[in-house]
Design a protein around this ligand. Sequence first.
Ligand code: AVJ
Length: 335
Amino acid sequence: MSGNYKILSPSDLEDVADEKRSFALDVLVGLSEIPKRLSSRYFYDDRGSELFQKIMDLPEYYLTNCEFEILNTQVEIIADLVRTHSFNLVELGAGDGRKTSILLEYFLQKKYKFRYVPIDISEGAMKILTRNMNEKFPGLKCEGIVAEYFNGLKWLNKLGEGRNFVLFLGSNLGNFNKPQSRVFLRNLWNTLNDGDYLITGFDLKKDIDLMRQAYNDKKGITRAFNLNLLQRINRELGANFDLDKFQHYSNYDVFTGAMESYLVSLEKQTVFIRELGQTFNFEPWESIHTEYSYKYLESDIVELAEATGYSIVQQLYDSRHYFVDSVWRVHKIET
Ligand code: AVJ
């Protein structure tokens, strides 16, 4: 059986060209800056999405196991919030939906009235996800959207059917700094209605070695994931990055409160990017910053919710308190 999904954007060739142009522009800006940087949002082409799914299988990447534990043991608490409504279970950045399956199975078994609406930017990932979900859950109403989150949500909201229950799992918010997080959550608030729910995964601050191991796995999958960014530039922008001449480096910065990832040039080298018609020089040990993965204090979460128009309904922790799935309710009406 094939999956059921709709491609909102890029929906035609013009949009594809737009996408590519903004990628090219971001690469130009980032590699022209001192120090050099590239945005982690470009990790997730089809190959990158595949590699991230492998990361979630790693023993070192505790985040996924924590969230599995949380959803498995506390699914009833979540279910109680939506039991009496017909609702859209919207998922931002669904990946392969393994975690969501826990909720889907429970909701279906209880015969709740809902449809599952995963939103993801990778068409490859969406194809696999919707096919798997249709196979695994024959009775499930699954309507995927291939789009940027807010385009997908805006489209969904125009349909205006039912309460929204939005899942933003896996510490996906962690790539944003504080102002960016606020903008994101407030934009989300704007597309939602009073009484809608949001579950966000937050990776809590913890033992520094544990965090470092999660981003420096023994098999080198995270390394491949980071390097894929250069490979993507090679593929899509006709560049000639030699991946063997860059080192993956990821470390916890106590000051920013984030795991920060870099690609470090191992020698003096010049890279040509055809689409930009330009070369970029690297000195030995010069770095490209590629990712922030922010870690949170309890107080950070409370502050974020308060600043963006939500109330915290419940904090769902794993047994070791490494991670929290934070359940928020949208407030629109002044009381
Ligand atoms: C998908 C953003 C949650 O930051 O932990 C995994 C991505 N980067 N290993 C994270 C990632 C390196 C991941 N998020």
